[in-house]
Ligand binder design. Structure first.
Ligand SMILES: NC(=O)c1ccc[n+]([C@@H]2O[C@H](COP(=O)([O-])OP(=O)(O)OC[C@H]3O[C@@H](n4cnc5c(N)ncnc54)[C@H](OP(=O)(O)O)[C@@H]3O)[C@@H](O)[C@H]2O)c1
Length: 360
């Protein structure tokens, strides 16, 4: 570590415990040295995802032992580059994916994790794209191989991933998208490609799909997990694909109570298990996706990279555009997360890394 890097400090939003309400605190830490192939980013915005709301309650797997800095994505200006970095230069505006640790105002990452953003992309939009849109794109286009005329179902349709799913489905002709969301969010859903929003609080979504002219769906995108997954699975058509990508049903509010732990246990106990003969009998496929693991595993990062590159093109063509629900400074991460726990957000929540930064 050279002298310059050793003395440079940064603000790191750190998870110090999985209990209590004030367990995310801003700490001062030393910025590591910039390696030969690394880029140092002066971070302006970071994405807040459902994943971190789960981590805060210790309900996310896998997660490192506390204390650690969460955060999978950020955007900002390049401050320094390593000697071997060719395609990124100081001053460039970039978006980056990180194997956690993105919630810091100065971030050092391998160049491969960083993407120079086009002129027409704001730093806010950039920070809102990676996790939500890469997840949606891999599921729809690489795993389920969505075709014109097919039907898709997505839970949490008005959230970050749900909005990305709706917008990406619009890029394929004649796709019908069913999606669950609170009734007050249905207008947003329709505007972003969810053709049939369903209020899961007052309607049985499986019945709605079964009694529609579709009678079932070709693709089930399931971030709910637990016992509810059996219901999701039941509406697959023959040759349908059920993709698991989350466990939102384990998060029951702002704090994990004893009752919550009991419910989580019961939920887990009644999660579906699939056996080969059962799947043969129904002529369906079951899969899963964890983008965080693709980011962590260097050998598989190319999957993330090619999807990010396609998404930047779609953004430039005006085919996708993140919906930003709200932006909070690091110090107000508790309030930001409360919007998720209280199911208030529509689209993406961002964290502002530096006080007063407008990201321009
Ligand atoms: N595997 C992966 O690589 C990957 C990547 C990204 C996200 N995910 C998963 O995808 C899901 C969606 O993530 P996201 O970031 O798009 O979510 P988000 O934007 O934070 O969505 C939050 C919204 O989801 C709805 N919701 C449903 N169940 C909820 C619950 N138990 N607690 C709070 N809100 C709930 C609420 O809207 P309503 O009012 O409409 O109910 C809420 O406003 C999560 O399960 C997440 O873990 C997985």
């Amino acid at each position: 570590m050279d002298e310059k890097s050793r003395t440079l400090m940064r603000r790191s939003l750190t998870l110090v415990s999985t209990k209590g309400e004030d367990n995310l605190v801003v700490k001062e830490t030393v910025v590591p040295a910039v390696g030969e192939e690394d880029v140092m980013i002066d971070v302006k915005f970071c994405g807040l995802n459902f994943a971190e709301a789960s981590m805060r309650q210790g309900l996310y797997a896998p997660m490192p032992p506390v204390p650690f800095v969460p955060g999978y994505e950020c955007s900002g200006f390049v401050k320094e580059v390593g000697a071997a970095v060719k395609d990124i230069k100081t001053g460039d505006r970039v978006v980056a994916l990180s194997d956690m640790g993105a919630w810091q105002d100065q971030l050092v990452l391998p160049q491969e994790n960083c993407f120079v953003i086009p002129e027409n992309m704001s730093l806010e939009d950039a920070a809102a794209i990676p996790v939500n849109y890469v997840t949606a794109a891999i599921m729809l286009f690489e795993q389920a191989v969505l075709k014109p005329g097919q039907s898709v179902f997505v839970h949490m349709a008005a959230g970050g991933v749900g909005t990305a799913v709706g917008q990406l489905c619009k890029t394929v002709p004649d796709v019908t998208v069913f999606g669950t969301a609170s009734a007050s969010k249905h207008e947003h859903c329709r505007a972003h490609g969810i053709t049939c929003p369903i209020d899961y609080k007052t309607q049985d979504y499986a019945q709605v799909v079964k009694s529609s002219s579709f009678r079932g769906v070709d693709i089930m995108l399931d971030p709910v997990g637990g016992s509810d997954s059996s219901r999701s699975h039941s509406i697959l058509k023959p040759l349908g694909k059920h993709i698991h990508y989350g466990g939102s049903s384990y998060v029951l509010g702002e704090n994990l109570t004893f009752y919550g732990m009991y419910r989580a246990l019961v939920n887990k106990l009644f999660s579906p298990t699939y056996d080969g003969f059962g799947l043969m009998d129904k002529n369906v496929m079951v899969g899963g996706l964890h983008v965080g693991k693709l980011v962590k595993d260097r050998a598989n990062f190319s999957i993330v990279r090619r999807n990010m590159e396609s998404l930047v093109e779609l953004y430039q063509e005006g085919k996708i555009k993140p919906v930003i629900d709200s932006i909070y400074p690091f110090e107000e991460v508790k309030e930001a997360m409360a919007r998720i726990y209280q199911r208030k957000n529509i689209g993406k929540i961002l964290l502002r890394a530096s006080p007063g930064s407008d990201g321009k």
